[in-house]
Ligand binder design. Structure first.
Ligand code: SAM
Length: 365
């Protein structure tokens, strides 16, 4: 689909901006919207200024694309080309969905999971919070001749109503709103709402459950992704105050690293029930001595019986999710044969792993 197709979809209806008829005025107002980071208005204004009809190198088209890029993250493309992810979801949906089911797909994206469900014989309602993405997904569904089976709703799932956008409580829920560390795209509150308001009590869920795994690693290279000390004789350590306290996404295999523990589970989630405790104390055996600079985390989704999907560096190193890496403030000294006491906490959104140690004392015992 071309830029002009996309933007002609999103500039309909014209709404309040129809009042601006001068191209220069629209262009100027579009630039102003960009400058104040109001990207949705920028897309409208620059579309009306002709950005969607212009050649890709025209200034209006480029400005408009700048707004589109802010609204639609690039990871959509690597995600859509992640074969391991797509194949696992396809197999699970084919195993779980029965002809005639009403399927709710939360988080449409390009509509791929809805297309799988419709091909398995379901009627599908899918919701997408980002208007630009929802509009293009509708086009994808039409391009594949499935508009009579898939209804794309431009809404956050928590705004859906049974009997309005969703004809009935759904028989099956499919969703892929997972970040590299599992919870970061708000899957827990979204599914709590869906169970309460949108699903039948006996609904089948894809995925049904998930586990978050972790492993301590010795890696100065990974630690250097999120900290700084001395450079060319200058002390830059004050800048490390700006480091990320939480995990970030990175390809662990690109960095020299030594695992100091076996993988250990930090969180189990059954998506059909309320989540378990938000705080877990762990005593993790050290398998190789070293300095733990970071904890690497990845998830394992149980999509359907026998179909799992994970972003583990050992099993799926090319995963578009990469791994979730959280560096420690100071490396933890780990003695082989000892254990490391850790606390894993989550606030429903992010898991944080903290060493538990007496102030100034050794991490291992
Ligand atoms: C990771 S993408 C997955 C897209 C598609 N389901 C797939 O698997 O190819 C998630 C999409 O869901 C949307 N989204 C996330 N949470 C949502 C919610 N609660 N309601 C509606 N859309 C949501 C995001 O804007 C994003 O486009």
């Amino acid at each position: 689909m071309s830029v002009s197709d996309v933007t002609s979809v999103v500039t309909r209806p014209l709404g309040p901006f129809a009042a601006f008829d001068g191209r220069e005025a629209l262009l100027r107002r579009g630039e102003e919207a960009l400058a104040r980071r109001d990207y949705a208005s920028a897309v409208h204004l620059l579309g009306l200024a002709g950005g969607h009809l212009a050649a890709p190198h025209d200034r209006t088209a480029r400005l408009m694309n700048r707004a589109v890029r802010e609204l639609v993250p690039r990871w959509h493309f690597s995600m859509l080309n992640d074969d391991a992810r797509n194949t696992a979801y396809r197999r699970a949906i084919e195993a779980v969905v029965r002809p005639g089911d009403l399927v709710l797909d939360i988080g449409t994206g390009a509509g791929l999971l809805s297309l799988f469900a419709a091909r398995a014989g379901a009627r599908v309602v899918t919701c997408e919070v980002e208007p630009l993405v929802a509009a293009v997904a509708e086009q994808v569904v039409a391009d594949n001749g499935l508009s009579d089976r898939i209804s794309v709703v431009n809404a956050r799932s928590t705004d859906l109503r049974v009997g309005v956008e969703l004809p009935d409580r759904a028989d099956v829920l499919v969703t892929e709103i997972f970040d590299c560390g599992l919870l970061g795209e708000h899957v827990l509150p979204v599914l709590a709402h869906a169970r309460r308001e949108l699903l039948r009590p006996d609904s089948r869920l894809v995925p049904g459950s998930a586990r978050l795994w972790a492993q301590l690693v010795d890696s100065e290279q990974i630690w250097a992704r999120n900290s700084v000390t001395e450079v060319a004789g200058f002390d830059l350590s004050a800048f490390a105050q700006l480091r990320s306290l939480e995990y970030f996404s990175t390809y662990v295999h690109q960095y020299e690293h030594t695992p100091l523990t076996d993988p250990f589970p930090v969180l189990d989630v059954d998506f059909s029930t309320r989540p378990g405790p938000a705080e877990v104390h762990l005593e993790v055996p050290v398998t190789a001595g070293g300095r733990a600079h970071a904890v690497v985390m990845w998830f394992e989704l149980a999509l359907s019986p026998g179909v799992t999907l994970c972003n583990d560096v050992a099993e799926n190193p090319q995963s578009h999710w990469r791994q979730a890496v959280q560096t420690f403030d100071r490396p933890l000294e780990c003695a082989a044969g000892g254990t490391v006491p850790l606390l894993a906490v989550h606030d429903g959104e992010r898991v944080l792993v903290r060493p538990q140690q007496p102030a100034g004392g050794p991490a291992t015992r």
